[in-house]
Every structure is written in C-alpha cells, then in structure tokens.
Design a protein around this ligand. Sequence first.
Ligand code: FES
Length: 285
Amino acid sequence: MSHRFVPVQWNNNKKAYDKALWLSIVIYIAIFVIISVVIHTGEEALVPMTMLIRAFGSLGFILLTLILCIGPLARIDSRFLPLLYNRRHMGVSMFLIVLVHAILVIIWYHSFGPLNPIESIFTSPGSFDNSADVPFQPLGFFALIILFVMADVKESAGKWIDIGDWKSIGNNRAKTIQISNGERVAIFRYENNKLAAISNVCQHQNGPLGEGCIIDGLITCPWHGFQYRPEDGRSPAPFTERVGTYELKMEADKVMLNTAGLPDGTERPVLVIEQLINVETIANA
Ligand code: FES
C-alpha cells in the first residue's frame, strides 16, 4: 500500500536563524579585517593571510564561548530558548570556522618547509616552561579534533527515532514516548490520517497532555482543559500558552520523530498518512 506524506523541511525559524548566524559571521570577518588594516600600519602592517588567520581564530573562540553560555542562559531566561534549540547549528558553524583557521595556519606556517605540514606542527620549537613560548599549535590540532567530535555529537543530538506502533493510535488520541533526554512527547492522531507531536507537558500545571484527547480540533489537557493547536502547540486566542513541538516524517513503514524539540509554539508540517484512513480506530474520543 502506498503512503502519502508531507516531508519535514527546514522551518522558517531555522532558516532565519542560519541566515542571521552566517550574516553575523561575514560581518565579523569584514569588521575584523577593516580594523586590522586601520590599526596595523607602516612596519606593523599585516599581510591578508595573517589577518584572516586571526579573524577566523578569534571568531571560533567567541562562538565556542557563546555555545557554552547558551545552556545556562536558557535556564535563566526563556528568551534564549530559540538559541538553545538551534545550538547544534552554531556548533557545526563554529567547527567550520575553526577548520578554516587551521587550514590557513597549516598553509601559511607549515607548507613551505622540508617537513610534512602535520609533522611540522608537532616539531615546531616551543616549551611549556615559558608561558610566552608554549607550543600552542599541537594543542590546537587536538582542540580541532575535539571540536569536530562535539559538532558531530551535537548534530546527532537531534536524531530521528522510530515512534513504534503508530497504527494503534486511536483517532483524536495520543501515544506518549520518552526520548533520550528524558522529555516525554505526545504524538496525536486527528482527522483520522494526521499525526502531530508536541511536548507532553501542559503549561498550566504540567498535566500529561498525551493522556488527553482532541476536542474541536484542539489538544485538550486531561487535568483542567487547557487546549493547544496540533499544528503549532499554541493555545487559541485569547489564550497565550505554548508548548514545544516536534517534527515527524515517514520512512518506509515507520513514523520517525526528531528528538530535537522545536521552540514552544513553533509551527511545522504535520504528518499526513493516507494509510491511516484505512486503519481501524482503536479509540474514538
Ligand atoms: S495541567 Fe493542563 S490544564 Fe491544568
């Protein structure tokens, strides 16, 4: 039996985030180079390669600092949550920036001698006895490897997982699953052939939304009746509560959920499955 489904794409929030991030990166590099040209004149003038090496190196350090600060900041102020949800994008971007820095360093400082460039990095003169003479380039080599692992781990942090037996979800009902970070996600079925995943935690008093049902097209909390739209996790006007949403997609016969939750109230495509029309309803609200 064939399936028809809406593939999950980049949502507008992610696109806007990445555009802003990379625009900021380009602006930083440009400003760094301009300031270097203005400050270092005459005999102290820097060659373009040195400026770029410093620009990319300092930018990598700034991005790493920002990435490490986002988690604590998001706990203090929820306005930082969009940055937290997209932090892996910044992690990958930071790794690419540092990689460019490393390549430029290898080309400029280690490619014109008799030694292999990598061998040259580890045989550069230096000493840990003198703080001004620390051989930081071998340390930078290992730091690059660590950053690569971090970027890869952060990228896979939002992995797609099989939600299990989706065919047994009753119309207007939900199945609740727990993902690896401990969060519980409620996957609702409605209009018979649509699936939408949201956080299981109600914004009122943390009621279990997955134990509720859909009434008049709205996910309804079983405790006190707060409601949320399946499409974006937002309460209908005039209410302003929002819960986190999750992306779903179909792979072969499996419904997959992206464990990287989206910011509260984020609209994303719901999964429309033709096959669900023919699945016997287990429980109707
Ligand atoms: S806990 Fe959900 S409505 Fe009160």
